[in-house]
Design a protein around this ligand. Structure first.
Ligand code: PMP
Ligand code: GLN
Length: 470
């Protein structure tokens, strides 16, 4: 037993005596702080538990929707998991082979630490991909940061730029971690919802719009940042030139930074076009754009992402990254770099994965839209991405939610539906601030980057569920 452990086992008083005795002989334990034992029934137990409660900046520390629903997937074992966004089939062969080759290849250094701000081959390839799209030469070594998934690119951007009391405008529904990250940085999130301008007939994600006057009112001298997510999760909305111009003009007028989360950039369905807000006049200077290898190459488990923007803005991200993460997984970065090499060599071919993926996804989107419509849901047809948000309230009289304990109706619906139909979706109220959660309650989000056989199974199960309810 180590000396420290031994001391922990003894009462405070005895340990003090022991400490004195041992140090008198050896002098080596002087630095060991005596451990104060707090008994359960003592007043100090309360003090102890207060001391170790969650820091207030993290709020109540509820489980995120991902933690909860991944656990539910394990518990309920639904026949089809249409919840968390990931493909249930293989990424392209060349992508997987790249990683396999690297792990067993001749170069031992590819399994060791690499450059902290991004593996050279990867940042160079990211520059090759994005420079023509942005219309300027992006400096691979000063204007790009490779991160641990897009999550960390968001984290380093927010923690690197938001100061205590800064306001950050967040468009609802929003990818849930934005809120947490802003508060962790001491910032104040200010939420503005997208709302559907029509509620009957065929609805697409383009029908979900911002109130322009409301948006203008959100900007003030304390506004540090706006977070834009285009293409949008969960709606699949692709912000139009006009919408982006409005945001850009407000950013310039109020000297605000735009953090643009564009992880679904390669999944935009014709005729919609993804516009990078960094390409708008005067916006490169005030935009940090975020991407994800997980989404780009259908390898969400690889957890490599990136941020790019002007060097002076990127410097703040580097400060956070160098002290929190320092460097990301080398073989995976090298594999992503090689995957980009492969795609760069066929960039103008229809086989290039950066354009092939959306072709592969379109029939899946249309199929799931059809299934949902035929089974009583009112889906919002997404212009991009691989999620469909569908209004389930026409089914309300078919499903008894009264025994479900959750506060929000969409949580009750998705859980009960998973138990009855064996199909799991995500409750969109998770993508709203506390005051606006009601706006998400009538919906469920379903992911369609799934094998055709699993979409066929989805159709069968939805029909069976409906038949039982007649
Ligand atoms: N932003 C959005 C909008 C997302 O949907 C996700 C999930 N892919 C992320 C960021 C995080 O991406 P990653 O898995 O690369 O961390
Ligand atoms: N972005 C993915 C989704 O929206 C995964 C999120 C996560 O696992 N945290 O489903």
């Amino acid at each position: 037993m180590s000396l420290t452990l031994l001391l922990r086992r003894l009462s405070y008083q005895r340990s003090q005596t022991l400490l004195a005795a041992v140090s008198a002989h050896t002098g080596i334990v002087k630095q060991i702080k005596p451990v104060q034992i707090v008994r359960n029934n003592s007043k100090q137990a309360g003090v102890m538990s207060d001391k170790f409660s969650l820091p207030t900046r993290y709020g109540t520390g509820e489980k995120s929707v991902w933690v909860e629903y991944i656990q539910l997937n394990l518990e309920y074992k639904p026949a089809v998991n249409l919840g968390q966004g990931f493909p249930d089939y293989h990424a392209p062969d060349h992508v997987r082979k790249a990683l396999a080759d690297i792990a067993v290849g001749d170069n031992p250094l590819l399994n060791q630490y690499t450059r902290g701000f991004g593996h050279p081959r990867l940042v160079q390839n990211l520059s090759k991909i994005y420079s023509p799209l942005i219309g300027r030469e992006i400096d691979p070594f000063n204007e790009i940061l490779v991160s641990s998934g897009a999550y960390e690119a968001l984290f380093s951007s927010i923690l690197g730029h938001v100061d205590t009391g800064d306001e950050v405008i967040v468009i609802e529904p929003f990818f849930d971690c934005y809120d947490f990250m802003i508060r962790s940085a001491g910032g104040i999130p200010r939420f503005i919802p997208l709302t559907p301008k029509k509620t009957s007939g065929d609805i697409t994600s383009a029908d979900w719009v911002l109130d322009e006057k409301e948006l203008e009112k959100m900007f003030n001298s304390r506004t540090k940042m706006i977070i834009l997510n285009t293409p949008h999760n969960p709606l699949g909305k692709v912000f139009t030139q006009r919408e982006l111009e409005l945001i850009a003009d407000l950013c310039k007028k109020h000297n605000v930074l735009c953090l643009s989360d564009e992880v679904y950039e390669w999944m935009v369905y014709e005729p919609n076009k993804h516009i990078r807000i960094a390409t708008l006049p005067g916006m490169w200077e005030r935009t940090i754009t975020v991407g994800s290898a997980g989404k780009t190459f259908s390898v969400t488990g690889w957890k490599i992402g990136w941020a790019y923007g002007p060097a002076n803005l990127m410097r703040n991200l580097q400060v956070v990254h160098q002290n929190c993460v320092y460097t990301c997984c080398t073989p995976v970065q090298e594999a992503v770099a090689r995957s980009f090499d492969y795609e760069l060599a066929r960039i103008n071919s229809p086989d290039c994965y950066l354009v092939a993926l959306k072709r592969e996804l379109l029939p899946k989107r249309d199929y799931l839209v059809k299934i949902l419509k035929e089974n009583g849901f009112k889906p919002t047809v997404p212009e991009a991405g691989y999620f469909i948000v569908a209004d389930w309230t026409q089914l309300e009289n078919k499903i008894d939610l009264s025994q479900e304990p959750d506060k929000y109706k969409d949580y009750r619906f998705t859980k009960k539906f998973a138990k009855e139909a064996s199909l799991l979706g995500i409750p969109p109220s998770a993508f709203y601030s506390e005051d606006h959660k009601y706006l998400g309650e009538n919906f469920a989000r379903f992911c369609f980057i799934k094998k055709d056989e699993n979409l066929e199974m989805t159709e069968k199960l939805m029909k069976q569920w409906n038949a039982k309810k007649k």
